[in-house]
Ligand binder design. Structure first.
Ligand SMILES: O=C(O)CCC(=O)C(=O)O
Ligand SMILES: [Fe+2]
Length: 280
């Protein structure tokens, strides 16, 4: 058995200070021990009504097993989304899980109404074959815009299963042994790593369950959404952290037949993003 790592093992001084200032050590402990946590950030609470309305407005009927309404590729589709993906407590915990320079991977909205079946148990590392590495590849944050309770179709999760480092086996997918509901009021952001096993309960109550799902991935991985249509003019009046979240100044794909190599300035910028301004 590996000893339980200390909470701040391997974290940069800058991140430790940010986690301290934002009062996030309990959330860090929960991520380490359970694979998920619930974030209460005043910035998120202030945006929640706009997040809910925007997802409801944009969500269209989708076909298939998990029928319900969905909206995708959301970042440029309402002014609230660029604000939503940079909530300070969320970004600090994303850095705790994924390291410096993490990328936005996917932004979708879902609207679920009874009767609707729950989501099957899975780990979000869906695009990565097991075994999962000891570090997290990606993480998912779900913005709760109405009460998350079991009857309302909350996310279900099996705490601690991120330590198995593989996809959930069939027996557990069927038994849901150890599953609990993530109970949380509107304005909460439930954050889990890519390894923990989760799904959702069927919704049994009236009204709409509206969730914004925000996925981030470690630098060097392939994001799911392609936001290349959001240009520098779109970015100009946004939080500068968005450039980083969109991987705008990375050296990937910079080799051409002409230059025969990667772009040196972008390469150095990528190094700084990964290793911090002082290098390593
Ligand atoms: O909708 C839910 O409760 C869970 C969705 C989910 O599995 C995810 O966003 O990764
Ligand atoms: Fe998931």
């Amino acid at each position: 058995m590996q000893p339980t790592p200390s909470l701040d093992a391997g974290l940069s001084a800058e991140l430790r200070e940010r986690l301290e200032a934002l009062d996030l050590w309990q959330n860090v402990r929960e991520l380490r021990d359970n694979g998920y946590t619930i974030i209460q950030d005043p910035v998120a609470h202030a945006l929640t009504d706009r997040v809910r309305t925007a997802v409801q407005r944009l969500a269209a009927v989708s076909e298939g097993r998990n029928a319900g309404r969905r909206a995708g590729l959301l970042l440029g589709r309402d002014a609230v989304f660029p604000e939503a993906v940079t909530v300070p407590k969320l970004l600090a915990l994303v850095e705790y899980l994924l390291g410096r320079g993490a990328l936005l991977s996917q932004l979708i909205g879902t609207v679920r109404r009874a009767p609707i079946e729950g989501l099957a148990l899975h780990a979000d590392n869906s695009w990565f074959p097991a075994p999962f590495p000891s570090w997290e590849i990606m993480c998912t944050a779900c913005w709760v815009t109405d009460d998350f309770t079991r009857e309302n179709g909350a996310t279900l999760i099996i705490p601690g299963t991120h330590k198995h480092k593989h996809h959930p086996p069939r027996e557990v997918r069927e038994s849901l042994d150890g599953a609990i509901a993530i109970e949380a009021p509107p304005g909460s952001i439930a954050l889990w790593d890519g390894s923990v096993w989760h799904g959702s309960y069927p919704r049994q109550t009236d009204g709409e369950r509206v969730v914004l799902h925000m996925t981030y991935t470690r630098i060097g991985m392939q994001p799911i959404d392609d936001y290349s249509h959001l240009d520098d003019a779109w970015l100009a009046d946004k939080d500068p952290q968005l450039r980083g979240l969109l991987g705008r100044d990375l050296f990937f794909h910079s080799t051409t037949e002409r230059n025969g190599s990667t772009d040196f300035d972008l390469l150095m910028n990528t190094y700084r993003l990964v290793h911090g301004p002082q290098g390593y």
